[in-house]
Design a protein. Structure first.
Length: 361
């Protein structure tokens, strides 16, 4: 998604194929500058060896774009707000997803056309796998049996069997897939196709794509609610979230939100989702499909992940920071400098079993 691979404010427009995706983030940053200036992506948190951590760890993609892609993720101890040592992955890390057992982090490296597996207990790369062109999003099924990688450059999804880490045949979807999510029951995935203005449902475990559904001109983030039948699709252009009934394959409601939405997060099976966009985070009541009062962030909100049992949102800010927002009181905590252009954040689940370093499973 655009929020995942960004540019600094002064970067010139990108070539045509990537221009829409990269330019959207720049537009959001510039819009915030004109108006008021001078990121399941949630979990209890793993504790990697790549730095001394007292609590849940946030992994942050801070790439600046094609001109300066970088190859590392910034790490932050969310309990102390202290930076940890970075983790080296591959070129242009664009998105991350943790495995349910908390053992591994899967990173979509857009510049290498690869999916990289990082063992979180050591902070080291375990395996690399070639996927499609310009992988831009990744999701892992709740049972940990498959990862789905959205390939922005060739309009496909690469299914990756876990723990074998083997790629299956590519699944055709719409143009420029920038987000993918899997339902809590593991029976369906939904892909956001940015250029088409659609989403493509995929039946699991057979990996069968269904007919695309309209979801706004620029869908850039997607989440399936705890009912397993409602997809929430953030549309950057219309500043709205489209709720889609996946049982009837129809639009239930279009929900206006604050700012151009860039990400959606939900804490486990709760009924309130949170949408980053503009310079705030907007709560969404999933029962009534209504937006609540936005929480200001103090900078552009590019992505978010939830921690502290869903009481805190860690938001990728447009000023090289990760910003904690108390979702109970609305208080903004002290921003932590992570460098670069933060465009994606994930707080993986804690380990459930001990995995020997390098085991790769």
């Amino acid at each position: 998604m655009v929020r995942r691979v960004g540019e600094a404010e002064w970067v010139a427009p990108m070539p045509p194929r990537l221009g829409a995706r990269f330019g959207r983030l720049s537009a959001a940053i510039v819009a915030f500058a004109l108006v008021g200036s001078a990121f399941l992506l949630a979990g209890c948190g793993s504790r990697p060896v790549s730095g001394s951590s007292a609590g849940p760890v946030a992994y942050v993609a801070t790439v600046a774009g094609r001109a300066d892609p970088g190859n590392t993720l910034a790490l932050l101890d969310t309990s102390t707000s202290k930076a940890l040592r970075s983790v080296t992955t591959g070129s242009l890390p664009a998105a991350m997803a943790g495995t349910p057992d908390g053992a591994h982090l899967l990173v979509a490296d857009m510049g290498d056309n690869q999916l990289t597996e990082v063992t979180m207990s050591t902070g080291k790369v375990t395996r690399r796998l070639t996927v499609g062109l310009e992988p831009d999003a990744v999701a892992v099924s709740p049972d940990g049996s498959v990862a789905l990688v959205a390939n922005f450059g060739d309009n496909t999804i690469t299914p990756v069997s876990l723990p074998s880490f083997k790629a299956g045949p590519p699944i055709p979807v719409g143009h420029q897939p920038v987000a993918v999510t899997i339902s809590p029951n593991g029976k369906r995935a939904v892909v956001a196709n940015y250029q088409d203005g659609t989403v493509t449902p995929i039946g699991l475990p057979r990996l069968l794509p269904m007919a695309p559904l309209p979801a706004g001109p620029e869908p850039d983030a997607v989440l399936i609610g705890p009912d397993n039948s409602t997809a929430l699709v953030a549309d950057f252009e219309t500043t709205a979230v489209t709720a889609i009934d996946l049982s009837a394959m129809t639009v239930r409601k279009i929900i206006p939100v604050a700012g151009n939405p860039t990400g959606i997060a939900l804490w486990k099976s709760t009924m309130i989702a949170y949408v980053s966009g503009g310079n705030s985070v907007t709560p969404l009541d999933l029962l009534h499909l209504d937006a609540g009062t936005p929480f200001p962030v103090g900078t552009t909100a590019q992505a978010l992940a939830l921690a502290d049992n869903g009481r805190t949102a860690w938001v990728c800010g447009g000023n090289a920071t990760l910003v904690p927002v108390n979702l109970v009181s609305g208080a903004i905590g002290k921003a932590v400098n992570v460098g670069g252009q933060p465009t994606a954040v994930v707080i993986p689940a804690p380990p459930t079993t001990r995995t020997p370093p390098g085991a790769g499973s």
